[in-house]
Ligand binder design. Structure first.
Ligand code: RP5
Length: 160
């Protein structure tokens, strides 16, 4: 599998540290090749169009789009492609509530699979991408089953 199966795009470099880096790290744990780019729906719309053209040409399979504040990146991305788009709202001065609502409140017709705000959402977006890919790639499915087994073991049986 040498092509990038997943694309991670984010509205700003400021979405990387402590947030989207965890999305990338999670995909790395599953040995899933992915592209990481700073692309903003409003600051760099041409970059978004070019990226999606290449993503479709290169048969990318899932796109993860993270943005904060007026976070329309995931929605605009979903409107321009039929690939599944997972949205990660990032934190803001309003604690990410603005980003969450901008990402999740898509009118019917163009869906965005929206995850939690910040780091948890970034990790879960990667894990959801892994689940999507696992229906097609047996190797990824096996890695996901092992991950789940180990994950359960890490949960303590008692709180003290
Ligand atoms: C959004 O605005 C970005 O996704 C980021 O979360 C937020 C702030 O961007 P910067 O001003 O830090 O570049 O477009």
């Amino acid at each position: 599998m040498s092509k990038s199966l997943v694309g991670i795009i984010m509205g700003s470099k400021s979405d990387w540290n402590g947030v989207m880096e965890h999305c990338s790290d999670t995909l790395k744990k599953f040995k899933i090749k992915h592209d990481v780019r700073v692309i903003s729906a409003h600051r760099t719309p041409k970059r978004l169009h070019k990226f999606l053209k290449e993503a479709e040409k290169n048969k990318m399979e899932v796109i993860i789009a993270a943005a904060g504040m007026s976070a329309h990146l995931a929605g605009v991305t979903a409107s321009l492609t039929t690939l599944p788009v997972l949205g990660v709202p990032t934190e803001s001065k309003l604690k990410g509530l603005d980003s969450l609502l901008s990402t999740v409140q898509m009118p019917s017709g163009i869906p965005v699979g929206t995850l939690a705000i910040g780091k948890a959402g970034a990790i879960n977006a990667a894990l959801l991408a892994v689940s999507i890919l696992s229906t097609r790639y047996e190797k990824i499915h096996k890695r996901l089953l092992i991950y789940r087994k180990n994950f359960e073991k890490k949960v303590p049986k008692k709180p003290f």
